[in-house]
Design a protein around this ligand. Structure first.
Ligand code: SAH
Length: 495
C-alpha cells in the first residue's frame, strides 16, 4: 500500500507555535524529512522511533537539491511510509511547498498540508511589531529578498511604495542595502520606521530598529545575520512600547534541564514561557525491575500492610504495572493507607484514582520517614529505587516500625559522554543547570566527566540531598525552598 506525505509548517522556531494538528501529524510520523530552519526544540518533538532525514545540510554544507528532496518524498511514500515533510514557518510562504505537492499529485501519492505560523508575522510579533494597525497600515506585503541564481533582485519598488502598507522582506539580509536603496529611489520617506528581527521567537532573538535610510548601517553595527526579517512601515514605531518577548524575566538565560526525558515537559515549558533558552539533556532514565518477585509476593499480602509508601512517580508506575500484570486492580489495596514523598508522586497516584493519605511537610526522605514513623502502628511497605536513601528506613527503624523495603526500579546512567556539552559548559554557555534528584547530578557528572570545570554555571537543586551531591563536585548551588518544580523555577528568577 502506498503511504502518505503530510506537509507540515513547523512555525518560526518557538515549539509552542507548532499547531495542534501539526504536532499530531508529527506524532504519527514514520519518516520525517526536515529543513535547516526547523528549530531544535521542534525537532525534539519527533517521536524517537521515527526516521529523520535532514535535507537542510549535507557534509559539503550545500543543501540537498530540490529535485533530490522531491525524489526522497516520493520514494518514502511509495514504500508505504507515513511521511511528514517539516518546513520552517508556513510551507507555502517561500517554502517551495507547492512545488513538492505538485510532484506528489502528479505521481498519484496521497498528501495533505498543515499550515504553519509564518516568520513574516510571528517574528515581527515577538519583536513587538503588529504587522497591521488601523492607524498606520491597512495592508501587508510579504516579499522575497532573494534573487534567482545569477539574476538581479526584481522587485517593483514603485508599486510597493504606492501601496502604503507594511512591507516584510524574507531572505533579505544580504540584499538589505539594495532593498533600502530601491525603496528610497521609488520615493519612500527616508525616516519611515523600519526594523529587523533576527532569530525571531527563538531564545537569542534580537531586534534592530532605525529609520529606513539608516537601517543598513544599524544592522551592520549589530551584526544582524540570517535568519532575519526586514519590516518597513509605521508599525515599526510601536516596537518599543509593545516589545514583550525580550523583556521576559529569563530572556537571555540559557538553562540545561537534566530530567529524564519523559518527565522534562513541565519544567522546560515553564522556563521557556519565562523566556529562557532551554536545552534538554536527560542524564538518567529509570527502568522497572521486571520481573520483580519480591514486589509480587508483597502485593499478594497487601492487606497485611498498614501503609504503602512511594518516593517517586517511577515507583508508582512500577507498582501499578506489576499489579495489573497480576490481574489485579486498585481494589487490591483495600484499607492500606498511602504515603508519598511529594506532590508530583501524589499526582502519579491520582492518575490511577488514588489519593495519598500522607505527604510530609518537606518533600524529602528524612521528613517522610519521620511522618511515617509517627503515623504507622502496623507494617509499612516501601516500593522505591534500588539505591534509595537510608534516611527513610533509618527513621522507621529508630521508631521500631516494621517495614519491607523493596527495590522496584533502578536508575540507569547510559548517557554517552558528551564532549560537546562539556565544552559549552566550560565556555560559560549555560547560566543554570537544573537537578531534580541526586541521581540527575550523578548522571550529569558521568556524561560530562568528573574532572570538568563546573565553575561557570549555578546548579539549581530541588532539595538538600541533591544539593549535597552537586557540592561534592564543586558545583555552586542554589536549593529550592520546597521540593517542587515551581520552587525550582523560582530559583532561576531570583536576582
Ligand atoms: N516558510 C518560511 C520562510 C522560508 S524563507 C516562513 O513562513 O517563515 C526563509 C526566510 O524566512 C529567512 O531568510 C528569514 O527571512 C525568514 N525566517 C525564517 N525563520 C525566521 C526566524 N525565526 N526569525 C526571523 N526570520 C526568519
Amino acid at each position: 500500500m502506498s503511504g502518505k506525505v503530510t506537509l507540515v509548517g513547523a512555525g518560526p522556531g518557538d515549539p509552542g507555535l507548532l499547531t495542534v494538528k501539526g504536532l499530531r501529524a508529527l506524532e504519527g510520523a514514520e519518516v520525517v524529512v526536515y529543513d535547516r530552519l526547523v528549530s531544535p526544540a521542534v525537532l525534539a518533538l519527533i517521536p524517537p522511533n521515527a526516521r529523520r532525514i535532514d535535507v537542510g545540510k549535507e557534509a559539503s554544507r550545500h543543501p540537498v537539491p530540490q529535485g533530490r528532496i522531491n525524489q526522497i518524498l516520493l520514494e518514502e511514500a511509495q514504500a508505504g511510509h507515513n511521511v511528514v515533510r517539516l518546513k520552517g514557518g508556513d510551507p507555502f510562504v517561500f517554502g517551495r511547498g507547492g512545488e513538492e505537492l505538485q510532484v506528489l499529485a502528479q505521481a498519484g501519492v496521497d498528501f495533505a498540508e498543515v499550515p504553519g505560523i509564518t516568520s513574516a508575522i510571528a517574528a515581527a510579533a515577538y519583536g513587538g511589531i503588529p504587522v497591521t494597525h488601523r492607524d498606520c497600515a491597512s495592508s501587508l506585503h510579504i516579499i522575497t529578498g532573494h534573487a534567482k541564481e545569477g539574476a538581479e533582485l526584481r522587485i517593483d519598488f514603485e508599486a510597493l511604495v504606492r501601496a502604503r502598507g507594511t512591507l516584510v522582506f524574507l531572505m533579505g539580509v544580504t540584499a538589505l542595502p539594495v532593498i533600502v536603496k530601491g525603496l528610497l529611489e521609488a520615493g519612500m520617506a527616508p525616516d519611515t520606521p523600519a526594523a529587523m528581527v533576527e532569530r525571531g521567537t527563538l531564545p537569542g532573538q534580537r531586534r534592530c530598529g532605525a529609520p529606513l535610510a539608516a537601517l543598513p548601517d544599524r544592522a551592520a553595527e549589530m551584526g544582524i545575520h540570517s535568519p532575519a526579517i526586514i519590516i518597513v512601515g509605521g508599525v515599526c514605531a510601536l516596537a518599543e512600547e509593545l516589545c514583550w518577548f525580550q523583556r521576559l524575566p529569563l530572556y537571555g538565560k540559557r538553562i540545561l534541564v537534566t530530567r529524564p526525558g519523559d518527565r522534562a515537559g513541565t519544567l522546560s515549558e515553564k522556563l521557556r514561557d519565562l523566556g529562557a533558552d532551554v536545552v534538554e539533556f536527560p542524564c538518567i532514565r529509570t527502568e522497572a525491575v521486571s520481573p520483580c518477585p519480591a514486589m509480587e509476593a508483597a502485593l499478594e499480602r497487601l492487606p497485611e500492610y498498614e501503609w504503602l509508601g512511594f518516593t517517586s512517580a517511577a515507583g508508582v508506575d512500577a507498582f501499578w504495572n506489576c499489579l495489573r500484570g497480576m490481574g489485579k486492580d486498585a481494589r487490591a489495596l483495600g484499607n492500606v493507607k498511602l504515603a508519598v514523598i511529594g506532590a508530583a508522586t501524589g499526582r502519579a497516584l491520582e492518575a490511577h484514582g488514588l489519593t495519598a493519605d500522607l505527604v510530609p511537610v518537606v518533600y524529602d526522605a528524612p521528613h517522610m520517614g519521620e511522618a511515617l514513623a509517627k503515623a504507622a502502628a502496623g507494617r509499612v511497605l516501601l516500593l522505591r529505587a534500588e539505591e534509595g536513601s537510608s534516611d527513610l528506613t533509618d527513621a522507621l527503624a529508630a521508631a521500631g516500625v516494621a517495614f519491607d523495603d523493596i527495590a522496584v526500579y533502578r536508575t540507569i546512567y547510559d548517557n554517552p559522554h558528551s564532549a560537546e556539552l562539556r565544552e559549552e559548559l566550560e565556555a560559560g554557555g549555560f547560566d543554570f543547570v537544573t537537578f531534580t534528584s541526586a541521581s540527575t547530578v550523578k548522571g550529569f557528572v558521568s556524561a560530562v566527566g568528573g574532572d570538568a570545570d563546573f565553575s561557570r554555571f549555578t546548579g539549581l537543586c530541588i532539595g538538600k540531598q541533591t544539593a549535597g551531591e552537586a557540592e561534592k563536585h564543586h558545583i555552586s548551588v542554589k536549593t529550592a525552598a520546597k521540593a517542587a518544580i515551581d520552587a525550582l523555577v523560582e530559583l532561576a528568577l531570583e536576582k
